[in-house]
Design a protein around this ligand. Structure first.
Ligand code: FAD
Ligand code: HEM
Length: 370
């Protein structure tokens, strides 16, 4: 661990237990220093659930790995254009962060800690600003019309939207989405198709518990509605130079990016075997299995194994999808794509580590913090 990393981690332990108060103070400071910034945030803002502070803290603490994060931070900066963030706002946010840390750390806060946080924040802010500036030929967000909306189960909808302006992305990437029902509240969803000539995109959305955006997308959005899309992000894309066979592991609507990748392969692949494991609680949640099975019948290189964890009569595999992947192994020479809930992704990564799959061959997107 480098000295910078050590300082950042050590200093965070001084404030960690006051996180909620730190967050309230941080936002209060920020809005006091620049009241106009309030308009950038969601109307019904819940400070404890707001993602900005947590995201900054995570980013600052991983600043030691700039190569890995360079691309992520640039695309995050690009994505922040949708919030109307300007370069000068970074300083306001940075100052509020520093003031909040100093206030809650108490006597043990030192000049070294202060310097470490300012330096790390500056590195991140610079990369995000550079990402935004390199993207000025694109709009800050895209207006898109909902063309099609179908409920596939109690909680899941599949929809197709068409951006009004060209929107370039790669199969496997995700984009943030905002609806008129929850203004300024953005959540990311994976495109479920490879880019099409007509520019339309599919999304597969599950409404989670008291989830604001997902419930609106599943239960309220109708064809004809306009939504907004942010810049595409994510690295879970196909390495076209690799000749290895592929294993895809999807949990629930984690199928979305996997489906996009399969679609991309239907255009070019002749030589790589692709094994898809699609897991869900019960058969209703295997909302797109019929389509996957049709693709498998058409493309000899594609095989699909479906599994339910909580549906004893389901005519397929039973259990957690990660255990089923293990049962079908070994997979030491394969490229992996894993997508789904944090729990499912975590247990699949653990299984793959036990099976000695090198981490470098695994790309994954978890629908939350892993
Ligand atoms: C890279 C990435 C790609 C994603 N792609 C998709 C996708 O293609 N399809 C899709 O449906 N979702 C996807 N998600 C998840 C999506 O971004 C939202 O997190 C999710 O829809 C919940 O948003 P919300 O506003 O409805 O809930 P929020 O208002 O953010 O959360 C409401 C409550 O529900 C809880 N909660 C949040 N998520 C879950 C969950 N999964 N299960 C149980 N409780 C939960 C929260 O803790 C909170 O208490 C993706 C996430 C990431 C990070
Ligand atoms: C180091 C600098 C920053 C980092 C690492 C960062 C990171 C993030 C991340 C990861 C999210 C969640 C993404 C999402 O939900 O779409 C987010 C949300 C947000 N960020 Fe930033 N950000 C930074 C600076 C800023 C600045 C300077 C502003 C300008 C005020 C800003 C405004 C916002 C807003 C408005 C949200 C949405 C908050 C919410 O929905 O509750 N960010 N940020």
């Amino acid at each position: 661990m480098s000295n910078l990393s050590r300082l950042l981690k050590e200093s965070w332990t001084l404030v960690e237990e006051h996180q909620d108060k730190l967050a309230s103070y941080f936002y209060a400071r920020m809005f006091l220093n620049n009241p106009q910034l309030r308009d950038l945030f969601p109307v019904q803002m819940d400070v404890q659930r707001s993602r900005l502070l947590g995201a900054i803290v995570t980013a600052v603490q991983t600043v030691d790995d700039p190569e890995h994060f360079e691309e992520y931070l640039q695309s995050l900066g690009r994505d922040h254009r949708k919030f109307h963030v300007q370069p000068e706002h970074y300083e306001v946010v940075g100052s509020a962060l520093m003031e909040a840390l100093r206030t809650f750390a108490g006597d043990q806060w030192s000049i070294e800690f202060d310097q470490a946080w300012s330096d790390a924040y500056a590195v991140i802010a610079d990369k995000m600003i550079a990402g935004a500036e390199a993207d000025l030929s694109n709009p800050p967000y895209w207006h898109a019309e909902v063309l099609y909306h179908e409920r596939r189960s109690r909680d899941i909808a599949v929809m197709t939207v068409k951006p009004m302006q060209p929107l370039e992305y790669r199969a496997g990437q995700y984009l943030s989405v905002e609806t008129k029902y929850q203004p300024r509240l953005w959540r990311v969803y994976s495109a479920a198709n490879a880019p099409r000539k007509d520019g339309s995109l599919d999304f597969h959305v599950r409404a989670v518990g008291a989830g604001w955006v997902s419930s609106a997308l599943v239960r309220r959005v109708r064809p004809g509605d306009m939504i907004r899309l942010g810049a595409p992000m994510g690295q879970m894309t196909l390495d076209r130079r690799s000749t290895r066979d592929i294993v895809c592991v999807a949990g629930g609507t984690g199928l979305a990016p996997i489906k996009a990748l399969i679609e991309e392969m239907t255009r070019a692949n002749r030589t790589r075997w692709v094994h898809v494991f699609f897991g869900a609680k019960d058969r209703d949640d295997l909302y797109d299995l019929a389509c996957l099975n049709r693709l498998a019948a058409r493309y000899p290189w594609l095989s699909v194994v479906a599994a339910t964890s909580d549906d004893p009569d389901f005519p397929g595999e039973h259990g957690n999808v990660s255990d089923i992947v293990a049962r079908y192994g070994p997979w030491r020479d394969h490229d992996f794509f894993v997508s789904g809930s944090p729990t499912m992704v975590k247990s699949t990564l653990r299984t793959l580590a036990e099976m000695q799959v090198p981490a470098i061959r695994i790309k994954y997107d978890a629908f939350g913090d892993v």
